[in-house]
Design a protein around this ligand. Structure first.
Ligand SMILES: *Cc1c(COP(=O)(O)O)cnc(C)c1O
Length: 230
């Protein structure tokens, strides 16, 4: 792990975000960078925090808890972004501020029941399978209103918006088409949940398309920490 590399990557990333925002005539401050630190050590997170980042995303619970333990001295906000098994909801409800990957009522109900009273409500995005891929987690747009209604009724969750991981594409037109569908879905969701303000979309390879379509959170792994399997 090279701290100078992380610092240079973050500088490049923030410039990409700034340019993309400018191109869409959006204030750069409307787009938050979530640093996806899965498969990277606590030391890499510490380096990214030293460069000004404070929002971190993790996909694997045990790995995340170990790193939280090592980084307890830093004021970090943790986001869970991976698939959720029902028997893992309690530690997620206890240790994370945000969950981006809620896609079942059962998971939502457990997270709400298990969210400690002393903490603010868990901030939740519903994961949408926007490209309709068989293998991907996430609900379909058809199922979205029902799950949204259920989450809105849960006392310890706050519905903040939608998250998606579209089918990989190198074509900006296709990338934008998928992100535009999520943006329209958020517009409709706002009729049920006026406070839903979050579009968690865009990763290292497609953040420009996501920002053009209204992303408010880009989830960046390799663009900050380098390739995960190095
Ligand atoms: C790993 C991961 C990312 C980061 O992907 P990169 O291409 O490395 O930027 C973003 N979102 C989710 C849900 C992930 O699992």
């Amino acid at each position: 792990m090279d701290e100078r590399l992380i610092s240079a990557n973050i500088a490049k990333l923030l410039e990409r975000v700034r340019l993309a925002a400018e191109k869409s005539q959006r204030p750069p401050g409307d787009i938050r960078v979530l640093a996806v630190s899965k498969n990277h050590p606590a030391q890499a997170i510490r380096a990214a925090h030293g460069c000004g980042l404070d929002q971190f995303g993790e996909s694997y619970l045990q790995e995340a808890l170990a790193k939280m333990d090592q980084l307890g001295d830093l004021p970090l906000t943790w986001h869970f972004i991976g698939p959720i098994q029902a028997n893992k909801t309690r530690p997620i409800a206890e240790h994370f501020a945000w969950v981006h990957s809620v896609d079942r009522g059962k998971i939502a109900r457990r997270l709400s029941e298990q969210r400690p009273q002393g903490l603010p409500p868990l901030q939740v995005c519903l994961q949408v399978n926007i490209s309709g891929e068989q293998s991907k987690s996430g609900i379909s747009l058809d199922e979205l209103p029902r799950l949204a209604q259920e989450v809105i009724g849960l006392p310890r969750l706050q519905l903040r918006g939608l998250m998606t991981i579209p089918a990989p594409s190198t074509d900006p037109v296709q990338q934008k088409a998928a992100f535009a569908r999520l943006r329209l879905a958020l517009d409709r969701l706002r009729e049920l949940a006026p406070a839903a303000d979050t579009l968690s979309m865009g990763m290292s390879d497609d953040l420009e398309a996501a920002i053009a379509e209204g992303s408010t959170v880009v989830r960046i792994g390799s663009g900050i920490f380098g390739s995960r399997n190095r």
